[in-house]
Design a binder for this molecule. Structure first.
Ligand SMILES: Nc1ncnc2c1ncn2[C@@H]1O[C@H](COP(=O)(O)OP(=O)(O)OP(=O)(O)O)[C@@H](O)[C@H]1O
Ligand code: SF4
Ligand SMILES: [Mg+2]
Length: 430
């Protein structure tokens, strides 16, 4: 994909994988070994001056993507091309050492917790001037004047009164302003802000976000805004990318995402935005179930185990049947649970993504007829479970009960209106 002159960043096929150690301690703690695809094939082009929101639940890969953009975490594969206003593009994913460090002046990160970002034993003058000292840009009186200008710019005014203060002298909002002052003092072009207001009191969140928008306008910044909070993304972002298990499932202009969300995950996130009017408070209504283990993402569309709209071709697999039986066991009476559990055991044969599987009576206790009766009863009790759409056949065999699952369709991002959506319900235009 070619880049245009006003493109500041072009991310192509980016992957960031983490190997889980599988050490004896992690096994003891029940953590499986394997590869976590924290960022799993991301393509984004960011325009100069744009505010892009990365939104998703915990563990969707927002922070990892933000850190990779700044070269703070190594890419497993793919490219991140940063293009300065006048000059050739450079691939941040391949930069190392001094070249990467010098690039950091242009690419800054603001973290969630301003207290952790500021050294408690440094005055604001030292802390905010620190990047200029490290990069040997200014010293002496020039350094002091630039710190003063930066403090004024973020609204810590009169700046002279703040120079000798320590982080502990400041409120949360003032601390995040000081962090912004330190970020902008080196003259960056791109700022990745990772949940910059989520630890602040409600009353100061909007003010800090407004400050960030003012800085963007005055200094020509571009933002990547990482958040799990769609309400602030709506106010703050030009464009929003919804992430789920390392992938973008929907991306588009904020107006379109909020007025006409398309992906079922985006729709359920939007439903979960709390109403600002307390008298109309609705319970948070996140998608059913939990985010799956990132080291073993679901087959097909990763969202399918939680998706109310799922079709037969969304990636149903034996693991989903195991989850359904386990859910059934949490609601059934103790005697039924004990009888069924003795019959089929822990259903380890369902720990697979195979297209078909046979569930046999466990250790010869019971017969295939008993297993058939058990699954028939579960199906009768829960006929509307989306899983059954993906089971093309359930038949009794001499060994047990055989389930065959429908093959999954590909779920790549496809254009739909002004957005792009990764969902089988939105096939590409003919
Ligand atoms: N250094 C690491 N080593 C191993 N796994 C990691 C590491 N950093 C992140 N992960 C894993 O990568 C996945 C994505 O994590 P990430 O922190 O990017 O998500 P996030 O969307 O920022 O979540 P949150 O909203 O909780 O901040 C998670 O499964 C996480 O456990
Ligand atoms: S592809 Fe679409 S319909 Fe199917 S599970 Fe995923 S989000 Fe739901
Ligand atoms: Mg994060």
């Amino acid at each position: 994909m070619p880049t245009k002159p006003d493109d500041i960043l072009a991310i192509r096929d980016l992957e960031v994988h983490f190997e889980q150690s599988g050490s004896s301690l992690s096994r003891l703690l029940g953590r499986p070994s394997g590869t976590v695809k924290a960022v799993d094939g991301i393509n984004i082009t960011l325009q100069r001056g744009e505010v892009l929101g990365l939104v998703g639940e915990s563990g969707s890969g927002k922070t990892t993507l933000g850190r990779a953009i700044l070269g703070l975490v190594p890419a497993t594969s793919g490219t991140i091309t940063y293009t300065p206003p006048a000059g050739e593009g450079v691939d941040i994913a391949t930069l190392k050492g001094a070249t990467l460090r010098s690039m950091r002046q242009r690419l800054q990160m603001v973290f969630q917790d301003p207290s952790a970002a500021l050294n408690p034993s440094m005055t604001l003058e030292t802390a905010i001037g620190h990047p200029l000292v490290i990069h040997k840009v200014a010293s002496g009186e020039e350094l002091r004047q630039r710190v003063i200008a930066s403090l004024e710019r973020v609204g810590l005014s009169p700046a002279e009164q703040f120079l000798s203060k320590y982080p502990s002298d400041l409120s949360g909002g003032q601390k995040q302003r000081a962090v912004m002052a330190r970020a902008i003092i080196v003259g960056p072009e791109l700022v990745v802000a990772d949940e910059p207001v989520s630890m602040l009191d409600m009353s100061v969140r909007a003010k800090v976000l407004q400050l960030m928008l003012d800085l963007k306008r005055d200094l020509g910044l571009t933002y990547v805004y990482v958040t799990h909070d769609l309400a602030t993304a709506k106010f703050f972002c030009d464009r929003v990318a919804i992430m789920y298990l390392g992938k973008i499932v929907e991306i588009g202009p904020s107006d379109e995402i909020f007025a006409d969300p398309k992906h079922p995950y985006t729709k359920s996130l939007l439903k979960a935005i709390p109403d600002p009017d307390p008298s109309k408070a609705i319970p948070r209504d996140l998608p059913r179930g939990e985010i799956p283990d990132a080291a073993r993402p679901p087959k097909g569309c990763s969202f399918h185990p939680r998706c109310p709209m799922a079709r037969n071709d969304c990636g149903w697999e034996p693991r989903d049947l195991k989850s359904l039986v386990e859910e059934h066991w949490t609601t059934t009476d103790l005697a039924t649970f004990e009888r069924e559990h003795e019959l089929v055991g822990h259903l380890v044969e369902l720990n697979t993504s195979a297209g078909e599987v046979v569930v046999e009576p466990h250790r010869g206790k019971g017969s295939p007829d008993d297993v058939w009766a058990m699954f028939s009863a579960i199906k009768d009790a829960r006929p509307d479970e989306p899983l059954w759409r993906g089971v093309t056949s359930m038949e009794k065999t001499p060994a047990g009960v055989k389930f065959v699952f429908a093959p999954s369709s590909p779920v790549n991002l496809r254009a739909s209106g002004a957005s792009e959506v990764a969902c089988v319900l939105y096939p590409s235009a003919p």
